[in-house]
Design a protein around this ligand. Structure first.
Ligand code: HEC
Length: 161
């Protein structure tokens, strides 16, 4: 008697669970369907396309520019050095601030250039404290590569000879 009673309860339970599952499935289907058809969804997918169209040429240009510049930089180091100088080194060397030998000042650079490029590279890369002041390693920008720092040294030296 009691087992029949339990069976009845179990069936009722199964029906309720199936009902809930079916309800969730139907609601889910409706939501997905209406979302797929709704205007905002279309607008946003159109927007996405528009954004892709607007941004992709820029991305292409950037890539092309980078590709076009890479060989030029490799061929002409001073171009890259000029960039690094203008971004980092000019802070001190541009105007000769904090005792830094001023850009283009032949007198200030003559003795330094006489030390040889390797010494200048080493001092620029690792930092250097002289009688005039303190040259921070890589001009204080640790994200520069050794090649970039050397190119900046080449650029400054080339303009002080
Ligand atoms: C915070 C200021 C500052 C920045 C930024 C800076 N320098 Fe200097 N640099 C100095 C000072 C000061 C000296 C001179 C130190 C002395 O002789 O007493 C110097 C000296 C040098 C020298 C001569 C070293 C020698 O042996 O005489 C080189 C080469 C040099 N800097 C390269 C660079 C490069 C390349 C950058 C950029 C990546 C740079 N510096 C950025 C302050 C700076």
């Amino acid at each position: 008697m009691s087992s029949e009673h339990n069976e009845g309860q179990f069936r009722y339970f199964v029906v309720v669970v199936l009902g809930v599952v079916a309800f969730i499935a139907i609601v889910g289907w409706l939501v997905t369907r209406s979302a797929g058809e709704s205007a905002p969804q279309q607008a946003s997918s159109e927007e996405t396309k528009a954004v892709e169209e607007r941004t992709s040429p820029v991305g292409e240009v950037t890539t092309q520019t980078a590709q076009a510049e890479a060989p030029a930089q490799a061929a002409a180091g001073p171009a890259d050095g000029e960039q690094v100088f203008k971004q980092v080194c000019t802070a001190c060397h541009g105007m000769g601030i904090a005792g830094a030998p001023k850009f283009g000042d032949k007198a200030a650079w003559a003795d330094r250039i006489a030390q040889g490029k390797e010494t200048l590279y080493t001092h620029a890369l690792n930092g250097f404290t002289g009688s005039k002041g303190m040259m921070p390693p890589k001009g204080g920008n640790a994200s520069l590569t050794d090649e970039q720092v050397k190119a900046a040294v080449d650029y400054m030296v080339a303009n002080a000879q």
